[in-house]
Design a protein around this ligand. Structure first.
Ligand code: 5GP
Ligand code: ZN
Length: 113
């Protein structure tokens, strides 16, 4: 399977890791859209939010349980941050491996689109 995030997870593609455990990995986005832009992924290949069932939801819950810790490691837990998932074409999903963007380090504004 040709998946860039699976490549990052298994170490074939280099990335700047900021957090990792048995279930998830967090790394710096290669094209940051904010002063802090972290990508958080499950360590199993889930194509998108459309593919989240009971088994996959364990990974999603774990990502959210660790998000504040990852935000704190970047110094943005108190200033605030946004967590975004893009699902499918209209949302602009470009990598077909479920991921959450953790963005912060500036005032991101109130608009979502
Ligand atoms: P999407 O548009 O699918 O929601 O987000 C994919 C994100 O992955 C983009 O922000 C893009 O910059 C990032 N990305 C794509 N390829 C790589 C890569 O090889 N390394 C890293 N660190 N980020 C990547
Ligand atoms: Zn993958």
């Amino acid at each position: 399977m040709d998946c860039v995030f699976c490549g990052i997870i298994n170490g074939q593609i280099p990335s700047k890791t900021v957090y990792e455990d048995d279930l998830i990995k967090a790394f710096c986005d290669i094209e940051p859209q904010a002063p802090v832009h972290i990508v958080i992924v499950p360590k199993i290949h889930i194509t998108s939010a459309n593919e989240i069932g009971e088994k996959e939801a364990v990974y999603v819950a774990h990502i959210f349980s660790k998000a504040k810790e990852i935000a704190k490691s970047q110094g943005i837990d108190q200033s605030g941050y946004r967590i975004i998932n893009n699902c499918g074409k209209d949302a602009g999903q470009t990598v077909s491996h479920l991921h959450f963007h953790l963005l912060g380090g500036k005032d991101l504004g109130a608009k979502l689109v």
